[in-house]
Design a protein around this ligand. Structure first.
Ligand code: URA
Length: 225
């Protein structure tokens, strides 16, 4: 009898567009076909959503005491421990990753090249063709990819990351997610951590695009391949 693999660790899911905020305006513009034609605005909105998500995420990080001398005395605060390695998937991840880097400016970075062979959602093949990462032992891995569609490229990227050490947690950051992708990550990643997304959309279409989604984030950021 085949035993079903049981996951021992659940990842916490954060869906951020459930409250009114300026971020929803950036998200609406990303989706809006009449605004998407402005590539600079598209990249800027991804970057802003990266910055705002990084800020929300920073509230959940382990903190340490920071004391500084001001011209008139001393000031203390709790600041996040700097143990992040932020890894993005090329090329679509770059603007969203840049937003994270603007906030976590002391974090280390890594890059993974991945592309999807055109195919249906069922038989979609993801090929990795590049990776450059620092050592991940005992670090918190932040995997950044704006579109969490099937989840296959993120799971492949995560497995590739594990060749660079054993992170103590993995946090997946996306702008728009499909329910199928979230479920696939939950089934496939047995590691402490969390999944963050601005929006959880309806479903994937037969070509593995998110519906309603926004289209192809890489093409809209940088032009058609
Ligand atoms: N990648 C994208 O850019 N868009 C999707 O809808 C799915 C994957």
């Amino acid at each position: 009898m085949k035993l079903k693999h049981l996951k021992s660790i659940a990842m916490k899911i954060h869906i951020l567009n459930q409250q009114t905020s300026i971020a929803n305006q950036f998200l609406c513009e990303l989706r809006d076909t009449s605004v998407q034609t402005d590539r600079l605005r598209f990249r800027t909105n991804l970057e802003r959503l990266g910055e705002l998500m990084a800020y929300e995420f920073s509230k959940t990080l382990l903190a340490k005491k920071c004391e500084v001398a001001t011209p008139l005395g001393t000031s203390q605060a709790e600041v996040p421990v700097n143990d992040l390695v932020m890894v993005t998937v090329l090329r679509a991840g770059i603007p969203f990753y840049q937003g994270f880097l603007n906030i976590f400016d002391k974090a280390e970075s890594g890059f993974i090249g991945a592309y999807r062979e055109e195919g249906s959602a069922k038989d979609l093949m993801i090929t990795l063709n590049y990776s450059a990462l620092p050592n991940l032992d005992n670090k918190q891995l932040v995997l950044i990819d704006p579109m969490l569609a099937t989840g296959k490229s993120l799971v492949k990227a995560f497995k590739q990351c594990l060749k660079y050490g054993h992170p103590k947690a993995v946090h997946i950051m996306s702008v728009i997610s499909a329910p199928e992708g979230i479920s696939y990550l939950e089934e496939s990643i047995d590691h402490p951590g969390s999944i963050w997304t601005w929006a959880k959309d309806s479903h994937l279409n037969e070509m593995a695009y998110i519906v309603p989604g926004l289209g192809d984030a890489g093409d809209l950021s940088f032009g058609t391949k």
